[in-house]
Design a protein around this ligand. Structure first.
Ligand SMILES: [Zn+2]
Ligand SMILES: [Zn+2]
Length: 133
């Protein structure tokens, strides 16, 4: 299990109960938007406001603890920062699946005169379930 307290401290953030609770929620869900994070955290901490959660998400994003996955015409989802991977995003049900970056894809990202520091590869389509529906 992820140790959320050291995850925060290792990234120069104070480990507050709000932050560990947000991280736990994100970790459980895999990829989750702010409304669903709010619903889940609120169950435990009814006094927490959406604004507070939003502020904490921004700070944790800036400090590389979580990553935003931008979606077409929908609220972004968030995930814990983990090893580089690609996203297979279903346009029908919204499911996001992590998949490994293939060596060929990695090679394609080596671009002349450009030093790549970060990338996010999001592929949009239909998941297996929705293909068969
Ligand atoms: Zn789907
Ligand atoms: Zn992911």
């Amino acid at each position: 299990m992820t140790n959320y307290i050291s995850l925060l401290k290792n990234n120069d953030l104070k480990a507050t109960i709000q932050r560990t609770s947000i991280l736990k929620t994100i970790d459980h869900a895999g990829h989750i938007n702010i409304d669903d994070i709010y619903d889940s955290v609120k169950e435990q901490y009814p006094t927490l406001s959406l604004a507070t959660i939003y502020k904490n998400i921004i700070v944790m994003q800036e400090n590389n603890v979580i990553i935003e996955v931008p979606l077409n015409g929908e609220k972004s989802k968030y995930e814990l920062k983990k090893e580089e991977h690609m996203h297979l995003i279903c346009e029908v049900c919204g499911e996001i699946k992590d998949t490994q970056i293939t060596p060929a894809t990695k090679e394609a990202l080596v671009i002349e005169n450009f030093r790549l520091k970060a990338s996010q590869i999001n592929l949009f389509g239909l998941c297996e379930k929705c293909q068969n529906a």
